[in-house]
Design a protein around this ligand. Structure first.
Ligand code: AAL
Length: 363
């Protein structure tokens, strides 16, 4: 009998087609591009209001110094001492920064240190911004919360809710008093330490707030950091949000990226976990299955929220904005999906022809 390796036996289990598979392309934008001395990052989804595109993002100025300065006010990360700003565009490529959307609160308030990583939901004539907040000194063991502000127009004014809408589980127990988030007696839930990267949807007549959880005593696995996503659900956009009993709903993934597709929710998981670099789909917003394994995914992406999301599995991420954090000053660029190769195979056209054509265009 023909011998089969473990990999060959596994390969036979991978029977899905390429409907959810794609490659990604990146291109510059104007107005939110690299700027010396300024970080712009974590773009929200892009929404179209009238004939103008809008995006919200984390903005901060000045260098980050880490945790070893001894100065409790020193900026530790590029997203520390940040604010949420917004920009508009006629075409999704040429952006004009419009100014501050949501700033930090006065000393002693739940968002007095940093306000960052925004996402937007336009629903029923109102605009809901969800974002991360930090109060007081930024420590590695700091609990981080998610807050909301509401407006009648993309230009604001934004009304902050009185309290954050989501907090970490805050269970688990630290070991020792050093500010070390890896040393614990026990870890607690997947989101015992931080709730990050919120994204809000109107889904099945409720409001689904997906987020990334970080755990006290997080470890490294063979897939990288143990970050996972959860969802909290509310009947009203302003809450109260109740965490799903099924949380975490992913076992991998860093910044959240999700979109509607034919009555279910799709997500792109990147950066961390054994299922990073996969696109997943759930028919109910809770039970996600891997649909495609991808490469080169966008970081912290905010896709254009198209009304045509049911047209094809990837319509909800056809293009959008993402950030580049691999340079001294973080900046925003455009991503788009590329399905050309896939279509070659579907149409039985040698992909080499496409490749040569592209090369010729470039030369
Ligand atoms: C990113 C995101 C969140 C974190 C920080 C800024 O990787 O997960 O946004 O808080 O880093």
């Amino acid at each position: 009998m023909k011998k089969e390796s473990a990999a060959t036996i596994r390969a036979k289990q991978y029977t899905k087609n390429s409907d959810w598979f794609c490659d990604f392309r990146y291109s510059p934008v104007t107005g939110l591009a690299y700027e010396e001395g300024v970080h712009r990052r974590d773009p929200s989804a892009v929404i179209l209001v009238g004939d103008t595109y809008y995006v919200w993002y984390t903005k901060s100025v000045g260098e980050a110094h880490g945790f070893s300065t001894g100065d409790p006010d020193a900026k530790v990360f590029p997203w520390d001492h940040s604010e949420v700003w917004y920009a508009s565009s006629p075409d999704g490529v040429n952006w004009t920064e419009q100014g501050l959307a949501v700033g930090r609160g006065p000393k002693g308030s739940y968002d007095d240190r940093s306000v960052f990583t925004p996402e937007i939901l336009h629903h029923d004539g109102k605009f809901y911004l969800v974002y991360q907040v930090i109060e007081g000194q930024y420590l590695l063991r700091k609990y981080e919360n998610i807050a909301m502000a509401v407006a009648e127009a993309p230009q604001g004014p934004w009304r902050k809710l009185d309290e954050p809408i989501l907090r970490p589980a805050m269970n688990g127990e630290w070991y020792g008093d050093d500010d070390n988030r890896l040393t614990v007696k026990h870890k607690g839930d997947f989101d015992s330490l931080k709730v990050h990267d919120p994204v809000l949807f109107y889904y099945n007549n409720q409001f689904y707030l997906y987020y990334k959880g970080e755990q006290k005593g997080e470890e490294m696995t063979f897939g990288g950091r143990t970050t996972k996503w959860g969802v909290a659900i509310a009947d009203h956009p302003e809450g109260p949000y109740v965490k799903s009993e099924y949380n975490p709903v992913t076992n991998s993934g860093h910044e959240t990226l999700l979109w509607h597709y034919r009555g279910g929710m799709a997500g792109l998981l990147s950066t961390d976990g054994p299922e990073k670099n996969t696109i997943q789909y759930s028919h109910d917003g809770i039970n996600f299955e891997i649909e495609a394994v991808i490469k080169n995914p966008p970081e912290a992406a905010g896709p254009f929220r198209t009304p045509d999301h049911d047209r094809s599995p990837l319509e909800g991420i056809r293009w959008g904005l993402c950030h580049n954090v691999h340079s001294k000053w973080n900046y925003i660029m455009k991503f788009s999906i590329d399905e050309e190769f896939k279509h070659c195979y579907a149409n039985k056209v040698n992909p080499e022809v496409l490749w040569l054509g592209k090369k010729a265009r470039k030369d």
